[in-house]
Every structure is written in structure tokens, then in C-alpha cells.
Design a protein around this ligand. Structure first.
Ligand SMILES: N[C@@H](CCC(=O)N[C@@H](CS)C(=O)NCC(=O)O)C(=O)O
Length: 219
């Protein structure tokens, strides 16, 4: 049985979306971010990323992690690639070349996009989007996203999806990383190919199911 450690309101959403896509049975162990608790080490604290039981799974104290048989894995974007590869089908690479491109685009999302897009989310999480500091942080992040957005916009001018003209784990990974910037309507309006593509990704029944469960989770 596949076990997912995390909560839907975290980067674990990527893994929950993938298991919906693949129709996998799984067990979910609710592990919340330590930063969301006043005293994560209190005896009666919810299981969180600093709980000893979870640190035994992931000493990095970050969600998500998975356990699949004897295999323990961390890093949300690697987990989705692994699950797609293990369970096969159109979401994984059909050739070594497709695999290579899916890895390339995923690492691109993690290194060139996420460091900026996640800063936008943190501003909103802290409800600082209307403050001067919050607006300044968002402006810097949006400026930093212009080059990666232009790159993806160009790619999507001749491709409906990232790799192999079909929805794959690469689309799921990039869509989830770009979602962190989706509050920035003007940025998306300036990139119509990206807007249309992310709409295609987020219209998938598996994404809608994941979001439905996520929205039931306490904020
Ligand atoms: N690169 C890691 C990042 C994981 C990460 O930063 N997880 C956050 C939640 S989205 C976390 O566990 N934070 C712990 C905390 O905030 O206390 C991944 O993609 O899995």
C-alpha cells in the first residue's frame, strides 16, 4: 500500500493529484507544517513536520514524503515522476528521450520558477498582499518570473502540452508550481498560451477531485 505523509494544503497536493490521475489506492497520514502550529513540540500537538515520528521518515522535516513498500521518497516533484513511471500509461515517458525531457522541465520548474512563485504564495498566506512590503515582494517575484514565463509561452505556442503532445507528469509538476503565481492575473493575461494550457490541466477530473478534498481541509 502506498502511504502519503502530508496535507493537501502543501506541496503534497502534487502527489494527491497524481494518485487521482493514476487511480491508485493510498493511505494518507496527516502531517501538518510545523510553522502552522504555535508549539509544534507540545505533547498534544498535531503530528507535524517536527514530530519525532515524522522526522524518522524525513529528517529534512518537510512534507510530502511517501512510503511505497520498502521505498521511502521525499521531494514532491520527484515523487510524481516516480509514480507516473512506476504505474506507466500516458502520464509517463514513452521513450528515454521523453523521460529526459520530463525530468528537464521538472527541474526547470523547481529551479527557475518555484523560488519566485512560492514567494507570492507566502505573501498571501501571511495576508500581506495589500501591504507595501507584500506588494514589493510580489513585484520582484513577478519580474523574476518574466523570463521563465516567456520561455514556457514560446514552447506552448507549438505544443498543447509540455512533452509528447499529451498531458504527462511534467504538465502536472509545472502546473502546480505555476499555480503559486496564479493570483497574478496580469502575468497570466500577458501569456495566453500558458493561461490556456493551465486551464486545460486544471480542468482535469483528477485535479478537480484533489482540489475538492483540499478545500475541505482546515486553512
Ligand atoms: N522541495 C520540497 C519542498 C517541501 C516543502 O518545503 N514543504 C513544506 C510544505 S509545502 C514544509 O513541509 N514546510 C515545513 C514547515 O513549514 O514547517 C518538495 O517539493 O517536496
Amino acid at each position: 500500500m502506498l502511504t502519503i505523509y502530508g496535507v493537501y494544503r502543501s506541496r503534497a497536493s502534487r502527489v494527491y493529484w497524481m494518485v487521482e490521475e493514476l487511480g491508485l489506492e493510498f493511505e494518507s497520514v496527516r502531517v501538518i507544517q510545523a510553522r502552522r502550529l504555535a508549539n509544534p513540540l507540545a505533547a498534544d500537538a498535531l503530528i507535524n513536520t517536527l514530530s519525532p515520528d515524522f522526522l524518522a521518515i524525513n529528517p529534512m522535516a518537510l512534507i510530502p514524503s511517501i512510503k511505497d513498500g520498502d521505498l521511502v521518497m521525499h521531494e514532491s516533484l520527484a515523487i510524481t515522476l516516480y509514480l507516473a513511471r512506476k504505474h506507466g500509461g500516458p502520464l509517463s515517458g514513452k521513450t528515454v528521450e521523453e523521460d529526459g525531457l520530463m525530468t528537464m522541465w521538472t527541474i526547470w520548474a523547481a529551479t527557475e520558477v518555484e523560488p519566485h512563485s512560492v514567494r507570492i504564495v507566502y505573501v498571501y498566506d501571511d495576508e500581506k498582499q495589500n501591504s507595501d512590503d507584500g506588494k514589493a515582494t510580489i513585484n520582484v517575484a513577478v519580474r523574476s518570473l518574466k523570463k521563465p514565463f516567456a520561455t514556457l509561452e514560446k514552447h506552448l505556442a507549438t505544443n498543447d502540452y509540455i512533452v509528447g503532445n499529451r498531458f504527462t507528469a511534467a504538465d502536472l509538476n509545472i502546473a502546480e508550481v505555476l499555480r503559486y503565481a496564479q493570483t497574478q492575473q496580469a502575468l497570466f493575461d500577458a501569456h495566453p498560451n500558458i493561461s490556456a494550457w493551465i486551464k486545460r490541466c486544471q480542468s482535469r477530473p483528477a485535479y478537480i477531485a484533489m482540489q475538492a478534498t483540499r478545500s475541505e481541509e482546515p486553512v
